[in-house]
Design a binder for this molecule. Structure first.
Ligand SMILES: Nc1ccn([C@@H]2O[C@H](COP(=O)(O)OP(=O)(O)OP(=O)(O)O)[C@@H](O)[C@H]2O)c(=O)n1
Ligand SMILES: C[C@](O)(CO)[C@H](O)COP(=O)(O)O
Length: 255
């Protein structure tokens, strides 16, 4: 099932076309809600609508594609139509895991030149800031892969199971070098296409984000980090809902 909503406009003169792909193919096991968490309403809009609206409002973004759980595409079509999100060019089915959904987004862009840019974004990060989107696109002027990250204020340890089956610490990486990755993660299309071609041919592929796919399969490609914002949370567990709602209301009150 696939919806085609808006037309794909002409290539912008003098600069690469920027497409934002909103990844919404997950079912939200950890949230434990009756349906996909991206359809939960926070501060008057669904989580996915907040994300779509953020990219549609960004002047750096030319078009938006949405990858949705296959049997809930109609709901996204309705959200896009009633919200008047004219930058949304395609709504298509996601994959069985996040990596599969990123790959599905890249397939939607297969007719595009390699110099075009794509921003891959978790639909469940509804608080992505305009400045973060702008900084990501700006950094793509110099780098083929860009990730948004924040420093870790907690000490992060590597854990393993001890001989009695209980967890013990194996390693404490130096905190000053640790970052927590967020989205968007942005790429020149030739870079992310090459990385995914290798990744999808690897039966041992395991990835939790797209910068990690580039780092692993194109180790000579620098992956630039830019500073994100703590507020760009991923709505993952039930406890995240109230935090996200409060941050969204605070932001709307401020604007
Ligand atoms: N097959 C998948 C799995 C995840 N995602 C998206 O990746 C983002 C981050 O994933 P996560 O928070 O893990 O969402 P879910 O997979 O829905 O949650 P869970 O892992 O708890 O099932 C979400 O926007 C989610 O919809 C996706 O597009 N396709
Ligand atoms: C891409 C990501 O948001 C970076 O922190 C994260 O790895 C997604 O993980 P999930 O398990 O798919 O939520």
């Amino acid at each position: 099932m696939e919806g085609h909503v808006g037309p794909t406009g002409p290539q912008p003169a003098g600069r690469p076309r920027v497409t934002a792909a909103v990844l919404a193919g997950g079912v939200g096991v950890r949230m434990g809600a009756p349906g996909p968490k991206q359809l939960m309403r926070l501060a008057g809009r669904t989580i996915i609508e907040h994300s779509i609206a953020a990219f549609c409002a960004a002047p750096e973004v030319d078009e938006v594609v949405v990858l949705m759980v296959a049997d809930r595409i109609t709901e996204v079509e309705q959200i896009v139509a009633s919200g008047g999100y004219t930058k949304v060019a395609r709504i298509a089915a996601g994959g069985t895991d996040r990596t599969g959904t990123s790959a599905a987004a890249l397939r939607l862009l297969q007719d595009r030149p390699g110099t075009d840019l794509v921003l891959l974004h978790d639909a469940v990060r509804p608080l992505v800031a305009p400045a973060t989107i702008a900084a990501c696109v700006k950094a793509l002027g110099r780098f083929g892969a860009v990730g948004v990250a924040v420093p870790s204020s907690d000490t992060v340890v590597e854990a393993e199971f001890g001989p009695d089956g209980a967890e013990v610490i194996r390693h404490v990486p130096p905190r000053a070098s640790l970052r927590r990755m967020q989205t968007p993660q942005g790429f020149r299309l030739d870079v992310i296409r090459s990385a995914y071609a290798l990744a999808l041919a690897d039966p041992a592929l395991v990835a939790t984000d797209d910068c990690g796919v580039v780092l692993r399969y194109l180790p000579r490609e620098p992956v630039r980090l830019i500073a994100g914002e703590e507020s760009n949370i991923k709505v993952t567990h039930p406890g995240d809902v109230a935090v996200a709602e409060s941050l969204l209301r605070e932001r709307e009150g401020a604007s």
